[in-house]
Design a protein. Structure first.
Length: 140
């Protein structure tokens, strides 16, 4: 589970700071991994390397919607729903987080690895999502 403190300016112009939680269960991580050819990890690496802005945006919107939720006070449950994700997506906090994800590859890699269950995100470097090490120009 990833606990993310987001600083942003709300729609009334006030500086705010909120903590939000993101998590993808093992079941959902496996489903996501198997939903694309080569696995989610490879798919995300290819999207980032392609520098296809539309594909990057779509991938991170999907990840945020899948991962967002509310942790119970006792830490025993994590409630997720389309309604919670939709409500979050309409906030300035979401806007700030989303912008950071699509403009900072290192942060995006840490975020994606942080939302996976510990046993999956640390399963091995070959499965870990990494920021591209060198940017090569697109071939025309």
């Amino acid at each position: 589970m990833l606990k993310e403190t987001i600083k942003y300016t709300d729609f009334a112009g006030n500086e705010q700071e909120e903590t939000h939680y993101f998590f993808i269960s093992r079941k959902n991580a496996v489903k996501m991994e198997m939903s694309v050819k080569g696995g989610l990890s490879e798919h995300l690496k290819e999207i980032v390397a392609s520098e296809d802005g539309g594909a990057i945006i779509e991938a991170f919107e999907d990840i945020l919607f899948q991962a967002y939720g509310e942790r119970s006070e006792d830490g025993k449950s994590f409630r997720q729903s389309a309604e919670l994700s939709e409500a979050f997506s309409q906030t300035a906090a979401y806007d700030e987080l989303f912008y950071k994800l699509v403009t900072d590859a290192d942060y995006a890699a840490k975020f994606v690895n942080g939302i996976l269950p510990n046993d999956l995100s640390r399963a091995g470097d070959e499965k870990a999502i990494k920021a591209p090490q060198d940017k090569k120009p697109k071939k025309s």
